[in-house]
Ligand binder design. Structure first.
Ligand code: GTP
Ligand code: MG
Length: 137
């Protein structure tokens, strides 16, 4: 597929990096299909990250993801899922390559600035979680 889904997480929003992150995404060749600023409840964050519910960091993750504003967006580019994960870098910013979004803007392993879908299937599910049909034509 040629679409992926991203969130700019509360740490990057609070640290004033949203503009720089969107600029980098656009300059890396991604087109914005849909975009909104919103805030997740702990329940909604828990639903979004349901696959991680047995992991020891689940409570911390859902608390963090509901701690402030986020930006959610659907992005379009050839090979979108894989190319976007390359652009954001490793989950742990300490292990992320130079020039990646997490290397540049993330705070820590838990507070790592951005989300990127890990498969075409999840990109669709995650985009549908935030955007109605009218919002993502
Ligand atoms: P996402 O794009 O956000 O899904 O990150 P990812 O695909 O690189 O990592 P993964 O799906 O495995 O984990 C989801 C999120 O959980 C990560 O982005 C982190 O924010 C958080 N996370 C992962 N491992 C840990 C951990 O060991 N401790 C804490 N506190 N958070 C973690
Ligand atoms: Mg993931």
């Amino acid at each position: 597929s040629n679409r992926t889904f991203t969130m700019i997480k509360p740490d990057a929003m609070k640290n004033g990096h949203a503009g720089a992150i969107l600029d980098k995404i656009i300059k890396s060749g991604f087109k914005i299909v849909a975009l909104k600023q919103t805030k997740l409840s702990t329940e909604k964050a828990g639903e979004f990250y349901e696959v991680h519910k047995e992991r020891p960091f689940y409570g911390e993750l859902t608390k963090f993801m509901s701690s402030g504003l986020i930006i959610a967006a659907i992005l379009e580019k050839e090979n979108a899922v894989a190319d976007f994960r390359t652009l954001i870098g490793a989950t742990d910013p300490a292990k992320a390559d130079e020039g990646t979004i997490r290397k540049l803007f993330a705070t820590s392993l838990g507070e790592n600035a951005v989300h990127g879908s890990d498969s075409d299937e999840n990109a669709k599910i995650e985009g549908d979680f935030f955007f109605s049909g009218l919002e993502r034509f």
